[in-house]
Write a protein that binds this ligand. Structure first.
Ligand code: HEC
Length: 112
């Protein structure tokens, strides 16, 4: 009984990990994130960069932040920009922005 459940849990973990890897299609954070976002948000999503600290960008690994925003709200912010964040709606396609939010920004929450 116990063993079956453990096994099922392990299997599920592996499958979920694989699914994320396949869905993302590339490493996390993505090349796109590193190119356009890491300057402020940091390669680890913590915004622990000179620019990120100066502008007080959010720590994407913070669970409270993650649960307080919907994907739609985040996509809108990246598209239209925020108070101190530049808009990316003209530079990037809607699909790219959706990927950045769903894979990169959300991806920081699951780690550690
Ligand atoms: C020039 C620095 C800068 C760059 C470049 C930048 N951001 Fe931001 N970002 C910020 C700041 C500062 C905030 C804090 C909120 C604000 O300014 O409105 C923010 C907020 C966000 C938020 C929403 C946080 C919230 O509280 O709702 C998301 C999501 C986000 N950024 C994603 C990205 C993505 C994806 C990219 C790359 C395409 C990117 N950012 C590039 C500075 C930056």
């Amino acid at each position: 009984m116990r063993r079956t459940r453990l096994l099922a849990g392990a299997l599920f973990g592996i499958l979920a990990g694989l699914a994320v890897a396949v869905f993302a299609g590339e490493q996390h954070p993505s090349a796109l994130f590193l190119e356009y976002c890491a300057k402020c948000h940091g390669e680890d999503g913590r915004a622990d960069t000179p620019k990120g600290r100066q502008l007080m960008a959010r720590d994407f690994t913070d669970a409270e932040f993650q649960s307080s925003k919907t994907d739609a709200a985040l996509i809108k912010q990246v598209t239209k920009g925020g108070e101190d964040m530049p808009p990316f709606g003209k530079k990037l396609s809607a699909a790219q922005i959706e990927g950045l939010v769903k894979n990169d920004v959300r991806g920081f929450a699951k780690k550690k």
